[in-house]
Ligand binder design. Structure first.
Ligand SMILES: C=CC1=C(C)c2cc3[nH]c(cc4nc(cc5[nH]c(cc1n2)c(C)c5CCC(=O)O)C(CCC(=O)O)=C4C)c(C)c3C=C
Ligand SMILES: [Fe+2]
Length: 429
């Protein structure tokens, strides 16, 4: 066997995930000792035990995110592993039907966040079960359901025109975008996130079921990040271009920053939105095949960060400060002026809370290429001053534009949180 072949073989053994039974079997035959050395066996068992303890703790206490509160869950909540985003169009007219929908959705969402089924269980064999059943026995997996109103909800159908927040309207057209109508708009947006895809899907399915006769699904996009199982350290997730994405997000622990950057305030022009937030959603396809043929240097210059560490170019660690003026020995900027980070950061005056997920939607039937990318989601206090003004800049000169294409777009005014006894959107009506 050649050395190269021997290496490949060793690597494939090391990469293969080991079950507990594999560990015991190898330990018994001495095989694991040969592979890892004696001390490592103890570490493996320790890691396995830690994982079990963590899972048990999460099951007992940590798998629920409270639904009711000052703000809706799912905005400053640490991002869960999966998203199932649904946009609805309202088919009924009049505000009574809309209010009823939000009331019923609130009760269902609060129950699902607790890991309960929707509605009263019925033993009537002649009727369909109220809940669709696929989450029976599953814990709520940090489920959050975040509701928002699209600009079209403020047209003349529901008598809400006078409540439209002053700077809340459809996103303008941006340079280079090729929007596809099947990924755009919606009267209502619902961001459902959970650490389990089946739990997230169950929530969307049951909300759609409840809405029958009042609202219909317009588009749905699923997405993912790495799971806690794959990265127990909980490091910054990587996007499908291989770079850490989310490093420079503002600290959600700072109430002061969140009030400045994320939460609409009562004096902002729509008092019913106080404590809510404006969400921008963009389905951004990545030209993965082109990216994969680009040199590492080109890739790093495109973002302005190192791929491996996520550190800003010219620095060492991921969270080192970004110095946009630092130059190399030839006098060139370390972080190119047209790199994504240089443009997105600018003078630091525009900030937003990003909560994006990767998506993969099979292949593009026209090109045969992967339809994969980023479901970009950001929350901000003012849609136009923050998201729109930054996207206008990025769409004109971002080096990243060579590798991405915006194909979907929507904006939603996410309501403030509901208190027990109230319902989502109650400040609007
Ligand atoms: C209009 C807002 C933004 C869009 C659209 C956007 C698209 C987009 N971004 C990445 C990957 C990365 N973005 C990073 C940083 C970053 N991006 C935005 C805004 C938009 N990105 C901001 C405000 C920032 C922070 C800038 C800063 O202050 O430093 C990074 C670097 C790591 C990080 O901080 O998260 C990456 C990587 C992709 C792939 C993408 C579209 C597909
Ligand atoms: Fe970005």
């Amino acid at each position: 066997m050649s050395d190269q072949h021997q290496n490949d073989n060793d690597n494939s053994i090391m990469k293969k995930p080991m079950t507990r039974r594999d560990v015991l079997r190898l330990a018994g035959t001495g095989g694991l000792g040969l592979l890892l050395g004696g001390g490592a066996i103890g570490s493996l068992f320790k890691a396995e035990n830690n994982r079990k303890t963590k899972t048990a703790q999460a099951d007992a206490t940590g798998s629920r995110v409270p639904f009711y509160g000052q703000h809706q869950a799912g905005i400053t909540t640490p991002p869960q592993n999966f998203i199932c985003f649904a946009a609805f169009d309202v088919t009924a007219s009049g505000s009574k039907a809309l209010q009823k929908l939000f009331k019923t959705w609130t009760a269902a969402a609060a129950a699902m966040a607790e890991g309960k089924q929707v509605g009263e269980e019925s033993s009537n064999l002649n009727l369909p079960p109220v809940d669709t059943g696929e989450s029976v026995g599953l814990n709520p997996s940090q489920l959050t359901i975040t509701f928002g109103a699209g600009p079209s909800l403020f047209d003349d159908r529901f008598g809400l025109a006078s409540k439209r927040p002053p700077s809340f309207k459809d996103l303008p057209a941006f340079n280079g975008e090729q929007l596809e109508p099947q990924w755009c708009g919606g009267d209502i947006g619902v961001q459902v996130c959970a650490d389990d895809m089946q739990v997230a899907f169950h929530a969307v399915r049951n909300l759609a079921r409840i809405a029958r006769g009042t609202a219909v699904l317009r588009w749905v996009q699923e997405g993912f990040q790495r799971t806690a199982q794959a990265d127990p350290t909980g490091g910054t997730p990587r996007n499908l271009l291989g770079f850490k994405d989310g490093t420079a997000n503002p600290a959600v622990s700072s109430a002061q920053d969140m009030n400045k950057i994320v939460w609409a305030q009562s004096g902002d022009g729509a008092s019913w939105m106080a404590g809510g937030s404006y969400m921008a959603v963009r389905r951004i396809r990545m030209r993965i095949e082109i990216w994969d043929r680009s040199s590492l240097k080109d890739q790093e210059d495109t973002f302005g960060r190192y791929r491996a560490s996520g550190a800003p170019l010219g620095s060492k660690n991921e969270f080192d400060p970004v110095d946009l003026n630092q130059k190399d020995e030839k006098g060139n900027l370390m972080i190119p002026a047209d790199s994504h980070v240089a443009l997105a950061r600018g003078d630091g005056s525009i900030q937003m809370l990003r909560r994006s997920y990767s998506y993969s939607g099979g292949i593009d039937s026209k090109t045969g290429q992967l339809d994969a990318g980023l479901l970009f989601i950001s929350y901000q206090r003012d849609l136009f001053k923050q998201f729109v003004s930054l996207q206008q800049k990025l769409s004109k000169s971002d080096r990243l534009n060579e590798y991405i294409l915006h194909v979907g777009s929507a904006a939603f005014a996410c309501f403030p949180g509901a208190s027990k006894g109230g319902y989502i959107g109650d400040t609007l009506f």
